[in-house]
Design a binder for this molecule. Structure first.
Ligand SMILES: Cc1cc2nc3c(=O)[nH]c(=O)nc-3n(C[C@H](O)[C@H](O)[C@H](O)COP(=O)(O)O)c2cc1C
Length: 132
């Protein structure tokens, strides 16, 4: 069975811990019901999320996410079918943006917009290989 993977980035709007907790609560409640798994990389200046599962569920969830006012500038980086999930055990893993990803200055200077889909996928591949 093929799996659809979607990766987007956005800019948090009014970011704080309780907002993040609320987002993760919703994701972890809804995603199992919708057959979705994934990971959310988080920092005050960046959300980078990978969602994976049946295409119809991805599309419906991403449509809700895209109109969520807790973030801005929601930008699709890649949508493709893959042979297997990267985060099969995670309704939504959350990780802080790490030093090996991008610095705040780099993000401010558009590093994520300039990254190729392959470079962004590689960030999640490396993350999936780490134990949370
Ligand atoms: C950065 C970010 C990531 C999100 N990730 C998910 C997700 O993985 N799954 C999900 O159902 N909702 C996610 N949401 C929340 C949706 O935008 C939306 O508020 C929610 O799905 C509505 O669900 P409810 O009707 O059950 O409250 C996310 C929101 C933000 C801002």
């Amino acid at each position: 069975m093929t799996v659809t993977q979607l990766i987007y980035w956005s800019q948090p709007f009014g970011f704080d811990d309780s907002m993040l907790d609320g987002i993760l609560l919703q994701a972890r409640r809804n995603n199992p019901r919708n057959g979705l798994t994934g990971a959310l990389i988080v920092r005050a200046d960046l959300y980078l999320q990978l969602l994976e599962g049946p295409e119809a569920a991805i599309d419906a969830t991403y449509a809700r996410i895209a109109r969520d006012d807790r973030h801005l500038q929601v930008t699709t980086i890649v949508k493709e079918t893959v042979a297997e999930r990267m985060f099969p055990a995670w309704s939504m893993r959350d990780d802080p943006a790490k030093s090996w990803m991008w610095s705040a200055a780099e993000v401010g200077n558009g590093a994520v917009e300039r990254a190729t889909p392959a470079e962004v996928r590689a960030v999640f591949t490396r993350l999936a290989a780490e134990t949370a």
